[in-house]
Write a protein that binds this ligand. Structure first.
Ligand code: CP
Ligand code: NVA
Length: 315
């Protein structure tokens, strides 16, 4: 059975740990694994498809695939037949004969599921409207490096709590045995099906879930403070009045000095980037001593290399 990585809970707690352990090894010895170079790899090429823009995901996958002895084939939005002239299933049937892994940033989670169902090579979600699981592997790696552990820590996310990052913080966090708090305004909280999945996983790992509209409740004593843009890709608003109304709604959830002061003294601050200083995070916080966002960005590379090796070993 081919293993795919479409949502954070596709890895169990112990599997997530294995990937993070491997990521630390590869961080120390970047060229020690040649998964995509050997004869066993099938094909050396890895397809990396973008239906949305990207800096970190694009560069970290391209670099990581090259580090592992492979060749990244970056396919930009509108550059292939996928989605307009050819079905996802037919695309998967062609790609699986030529590449070792398919990495895809897209809109609908259902598209990734269709690709995975038709593909005999691993499919990796490089961000969808629902989840950003590769980002969370990097975030967890960063927390482990700075805090020495994951299970038992409290991680609080603030802002647009109905977006892909909120969902992934919830699911990946509880998978790691963390106490995850998600704070956002009414109407911008995770869907019930995601909260249910998180609660189910939390029972297995000893983690817990708190969904709240009260930023102070989420911040109190938190070990990790995280946020993300208030306007995700695909949600761009042209109307200035509507944009201002949305920002006003999210403003109480901005990660600024006052909010961070309510967290634990040694709390670390995460942001997947790109960041909008003065909106979801203040310049003082993101550029301040508790911010670990640049380590977090670098860790995309190490975490994804580990993920690719781990999936290839099981496919
Ligand atoms: N964090 C993240 O996924 O960044 P990019 O959109 O630049 O890939
Ligand atoms: N929530 C953001 C994450 C960007 C990495 C988006 O989907 O645009």
């Amino acid at each position: 059975m081919t293993r795919h990585f479409l949502v954070d809970t596709d890895l169990s707690q112990s599997e997530q740990n294995e990937v993070l352990d491997l990521a630390l090894q590869l961080k120390k010895a970047p060229y020690s694994d040649s998964t995509y170079a050997g004869e066993g790899a099938g094909r050396r090429t890895v397809a990396v498809i973008f239906d949305k823009t990207s800096t970190r995901t694009r560069v970290s996958f391209a670099t990581g695939i090259a580090d592992l002895g492979g060749v990244p084939l970056i396919i930009g939005s509108g550059e292939s037949q996928l989605g307009h002239k050819e079905s996802i299933t037919d695309t998967a049937r062609v790609l699986e004969r030529m590449v070792s892994t398919i990495v895809w940033r897209t809109y609908a989670q259902a598209g990734l599921e269709e690709m995975a169902a038709a593909s005999s090579v691993p499919v990796i979600n490089a961000l969808s409207d629902d989840y950003h699981p590769c980002q969370l592997l990097a975030d967890l790696l960063t927390i482990r490096e700075h805090k020495g552990k994951l299970a038992g820590l409290t991680m609080a996310y603030f802002g647009d709590a109905a977006n892909n990052m909120a969902n992934s913080y919830l699911l990946a966090g509880v998978t790691a045995g963390m106490h995850v708090r998600i704070a956002g305004p009414e109407g911008y909280l995770p869907e019930q099906r995601i909260v249910d999945a998180a609660n189910k996983r939390a029972v297995e790992t000893g983690g817990s879930v708190l969904i709240t509209t009260d930023p102070a409740e989420a911040a109190a004593g938190a070990d990790v403070v995280a946020t993300d843009t208030w306007v995700s890709m695909g949600q761009e608003i042209e109307d200035e009045a509507a944009k201002s109304a949305r920002f006003e709604l999210f403003r109480p959830y901005a990660v600024d000095e006052a909010l961070l002061a309510q967290a634990a003294a040694g709390a670390v601050v995460l942001h997947c980037l790109p960041a909008y200083r003065g909106y979801e995070i203040s310049a003082g916080v993101i550029d301040g001593p508790q911010s670990v966002v640049w380590d977090e960005a670098e860790n995309r590379l190490h975490a994804q290399k580990a993920l690719m090796v781990w999936l290839m070993e099981r496919s």
